[in-house]
Design a protein around this ligand. Structure first.
Ligand SMILES: *[C@@H]1O[C@H](CO)[C@@H](O)[C@H](O)[C@H]1NC(C)=O
Ligand SMILES: *[C@@H]1O[C@H](CO)[C@@H](O)[C@H](O)[C@H]1NC(C)=O
Ligand SMILES: *[C@@H]1O[C@H](CO)[C@@H](O)[C@H](O)[C@H]1NC(C)=O
Ligand SMILES: *[C@@H]1O[C@H](CO)[C@@H](O)[C@H](O)[C@H]1NC(C)=O
Ligand SMILES: *[C@@H]1O[C@H](CO)[C@@H](O)[C@H](O)[C@H]1NC(C)=O
Ligand SMILES: *[C@@H]1O[C@H](CO)[C@@H](O)[C@H](O)[C@H]1NC(C)=O
Ligand SMILES: *[C@@H]1O[C@H](CO)[C@@H](O)[C@H](O)[C@H]1NC(C)=O
Length: 522
């Protein structure tokens, strides 16, 4: 039975508060609880990275690592939500539960269109979900399968689990199968086999496996840090692989295979981060291209981890849409009813540029359907001492800017400004850097890494112009530079009354080709 609960995340808690709790000022503060306007966060309790992202008919299915019983990491299950527009999410019942002493860790989904698993019924094909089974009793991690015969509404665990046992993992995992996890599984058309990419915690490697039927698997190859030329040192602890083929923009028909990973160490902002390698794949072995350290990290902020992409997106759409979890501080963020939220979904493309391949990311265009123009500035010079946007307010905004900086100038956009609080998005011409400065962003006392400055290189385009796209939500900031070759994503926890903006220049004039501020309301 399908029980779809349609509601916006914020409202339920407000209603609960009014119904069951006397309406004191402090409870209203808790009721608000930094719940985002246009980003997904759990109804209640903990989430970490997204899992099993798959489009089925008109629905974008989001599964995610979820503790249904507490607001902390534990009892991990696959939480579930669906959306037809990547904006409005409907909470669904738990898809894959923690049960019988086995937790459901991260994994991926795929449509078994040829019924090669044999799990279909005479009149229905199965949607498959691959996940890691974690046994808290002995810390073993093995690989498991669940399937849906009702288009992703409910999932049944495969009776023959595990599909890869600890014993089978052991020769390929230096911990003997205690750290083998996060299976990415897909059907590889040109070899007619299923392929699994498996992470091995703390070992700086993934392994590739193949299967004719998704149920019995054969190891094929190791892909390790020594398989890659040009990889900077210190990028260790690879987890959460995703792996897919993308067309190379700027070429007639070339494609690249992309291996996206979340290393635990070595990211630009510290902590977990997401990188991606390009290369070729023959069905058994991934051969990475020479790494260009400037086109390696998909995000330069602190809060974009465990990224994954939606599978089964119709060719008529054709996008590779990715999302990640925002929260790299465990239970520390000052939210009380939930922890962890989904980044705003973004498209990922690969472009041939200046003799190398680079990744470009953009927020999905659906955002334009729920925003209204507040400010539209064109062809205006801003000089040091001048301030624009100071009469514009909002905590859920989509801001686009295109400007030409003069030598020595810095553009500074302050968002969530009020009292002594403001978060700066700056572009510094002399260093060709964009930055997010959280030092005055609000509450940064909850974690040692909650403040500070994150930077990313961003060259002006061929016309000398710099583009910035800034997504502001209740407790988050995602800044896209240029065509999306640099992104910085961070959580911020300002007072709800800090809703002002200010656009200023220092060190020289800036020519604003366009500045548009849109308010996002669902
Ligand atoms: C997991 O869930 C069970 C049953 O709901 C509960 O008894 C147990 O305390 C939970 N464990 C954790 C670590 O949350
Ligand atoms: C899928 O395979 C199973 C097992 O062979 C079979 O019972 C079922 O009819 C098949 N379904 C389809 C749609 O092919
Ligand atoms: C699944 O979706 C297909 C295509 O829309 C439809 O024909 C089928 O009846 C659905 N199956 C179930 C069990 O809902
Ligand atoms: C193009 O590549 C060259 C050499 O790698 C580099 O010096 C230059 O800055 C690059 N240009 C752009 C616009 O990125
Ligand atoms: C801004 O300047 C450009 C280039 O000169 C021009 O094409 C455009 O129409 C101008 N826009 C406005 C709103 O004046
Ligand atoms: C950003 O600009 C503001 C205003 O000019 C300045 O106070 C702040 O220090 C800058 N931060 C960084 C990291 O450049
Ligand atoms: C921001 O704070 C960090 C320490 O929290 C400090 O090292 C840094 O200098 C500050 N940056 C600016 C631009 O104020």
């Amino acid at each position: 039975m399908m029980t779809t609960v349609t509601r916006q995340p914020c409202k339920r808690h407000l209603i609960l508060t009014f119904l069951f709790v006397s309406c004191s000022f402090s409870y209203l503060a808790v009721a608000d609880d930094f719940r985002p306007t246009y980003h997904f966060c759990p109804d209640v309790n903990w989430m970490n990275e997204p899992n099993g992202l798959i489009r089925i008919d008109l629905d974008w299915h989001l599964f995610y690592q979820h503790n249904p019983d507490g607001n902390y990491w534990g009892n991990l299950s696959w939480g579930h939500a669906t959306s037809t527009d990547l904006l409005h999410w409907n909470y669904q019942p738990i898809a894959i539960s923690s049960a019988d002493g086995i937790q459901a860790f991260t994994g991926t989904s795929y449509y078994d269109i040829s019924n090669s698993s044999g799990l279909g019924t005479p009149d229905g094909l199965p949607y498959l979900a691959f996940f890691t089974g974690y046994f808290p009793s002995n810390r073993v991690q093995d690989q498991r399968l669940a399937y849906s015969l009702d288009n992703g509404t409910t999932y049944t665990k495969f009776q023959g689990n595990p599909i890869i046992s600890q014993q089978q993992e052991s020769p390929h995992d230096s911990t003997g199968g205690l750290e083998s996890r996060d299976p990415k599984v897909f059907f590889h058309e040109s070899t007619g086999q299923w392929v699994m990419v498996l992470a091995h915690g703390g070992q700086n490697k993934v392994t590739f496996w193949t299967s004719p039927d998704t149920k019995s698997w054969t190891w094929q190859s190791d892909f390790t840090s020594s398989s890659i030329s040009g990889l900077p040192s210190g990028i260790t602890g690879w987890e959460v692989p995703d792996f897919f083929e993308l067309p190379i923009q700027g070429t007639a028909s070339s494609t690249a295979w992309v291996l996206m990973l979340t290393p635990a160490n070595g990211s630009p902002a510290g902590g977990n981060g997401v990188l991606a390698f390009t290369g070729s794949f023959d069905g058994r072995v991934f051969t990475a291209n020479l790494v260009d350290p400037n086109n390696l990290w998909l995000d330069y902020g602190r809060d974009w981890d465990g990224a994954m992409s939606w599978e089964n997106v119709p060719a008529s759409d054709g996008r590779r849409v990715v999302a990640a979890v925002m929260n790299s501080y465990g239970t520390n963020p000052p939210t009380s009813t939930w922890k962890g939220m989904l980044s705003f979904p973004r498209t990922l493309t690969v472009q041939q540029f200046n003799g190398t391949l680079r990744f470009l990311q953009q927020p999905v265009i659906e955002l334009h359907t729920v925003s209204g123009l507040l400010v539209d500035i064109a062809n205006k010079t801003i000089s040091p001492g001048q301030t624009l946007l100071s009469t514009t307010n909002g905590i859920a905004l989509d801001i686009t800017m295109s400007f030409i900086p003069t030598a020595g100038s810095t553009l500074s956009l302050a968002v969530r400004k009020g009292g002594s609080e403001q978060t700066f998005v700056n572009y510094t011409q002399s260093s060709a850097q964009m930055s997010v400065d959280r030092n005055l962003s609000g509450d940064i006392s909850y974690d040692p890494n909650a403040g500070g400055v994150h930077v990313a290189k961003l060259q002006p385009d061929a016309t000398g112009a710099v583009q910035l796209r800034v997504l502001v939500d209740t407790c988050s900031l995602e800044v896209y530079g240029g065509q999306g070759e640099a992104v910085i994503s961070d959580l911020i926890f300002p007072s709800s009354t800090s809703d002002g903006l200010a656009l200023t220049a220092s060190g020289g004039d800036l020519y604003l080709q366009s500045v548009q501020v849109r308010e996002v309301a669902l």
